[in-house]
Design a binder for this molecule. Structure first.
Ligand code: BGC
Length: 247
């Protein structure tokens, strides 16, 4: 079965048609800038443009950077505050005419990594962290997702983790890899004390430069870079939508 996977991020929106049995992309991988301000109406129009470009007329799975309960955004940390209480599937269905399913973006990336990537067949506790504009987190125990874990908003050393260690902070504050890794170590130690994961999977664009900072990290848990790179979010969103149709 094919599903259109969409990943809405603070900086870009990514889309591709996904074969949910294999995780392979069945279309071009499209990426556009997130409109500014990223209001519900503006984002819905961008998504309709992507649906039209891909000539899609089927189910859409969409990852969104907020706590999502039954399709409704409960928080809006890195996106316009007008998303709070928005019923995102209804908004997108009205804009595109397609049946839409929505989940947290990091949960989506984690689902993809557990099914097709580096978490495949991993029992025990696996934590996926996406380091991007914000920090997303997804926790699995014996391959089952505990949804809407928001570790990016934990306060460590008096600062919210995502304001201290996101990939965007490394660039904006011109931190060296060493300086950034020191911050990551501090946060990872705190998280390890809380959750004791067996495996930590690092996603987000910066995971493609793992060789620059993995050697500087000293987690007790095994550490791996996400396999599906910046496609994990949209692949997992498609997967989640398909599983929701045929649970
Ligand atoms: C949001 C999370 C999201 C993460 C990555 C955070 O600011 O609160 O829900 O997963 O950014 O986009």
């Amino acid at each position: 079965m094919d599903v259109l996977g969409i990943d809405i991020g603070g900086s870009t929106i990514k889309a591709a048609i996904v074969d949910v049995a294999t995780g392979q992309l069945e279309s071009d991988f499209l990426q556009i800038e997130t409109p500014r301000p990223a209001t519900p109406q503006a984002v819905a129009e961008s998504i309709n443009a992507l649906v039209t470009l891909l000539r899609w007329n089927g189910v859409v799975g969409c990852g969104f950077p907020a706590v999502i309960r039954d399709g409704v955004a409960i928080t809006a940390a890195n996106i316009d505050s007008s998303w709070i209480d928005c019923d995102i599937p209804s908004l997108l269905q009205t804009a595109t005419g397609c049946y839409c399913v929505v989940l947290n973006d990091a949960d989506a990336a984690g689902l993809a990594e557990m099914k097709f990537g580096t978490g495949q067949g991993r029992a025990g506790s696996v934590l996926m962290l996406t380091l991007g504009t914000g920090i997303g987190s997804a926790l699995f125990y014996n391959e089952r997702l505990f949804p809407n874990l928001e570790l990016g908003h934990l306060v460590v050393n008096g600062m919210a983790v995502e304001k201290y260690t996101s990939a965007a902070v490394r660039i904006n504050d011109a931190l060296s890899w060493q300086e950034w890794a020191e911050r990551l170590n501090c946060v990872f130690h705190y998280i390890e004390r809380l959750l004791s994961p067996d495996l930590i999977i690092i996603g987000g664009g910066v995971s493609e430069q793992a060789e620059q900072f993995f050697p500087l990290l000293n987690t007790r848990a095994e550490l791996t870079a996400a396999h599906m790179k910046n496609r994990a979010g949209l692949i997992g969103s498609a997967l989640f939508a398909a599983e929701n149709l045929y649970p």
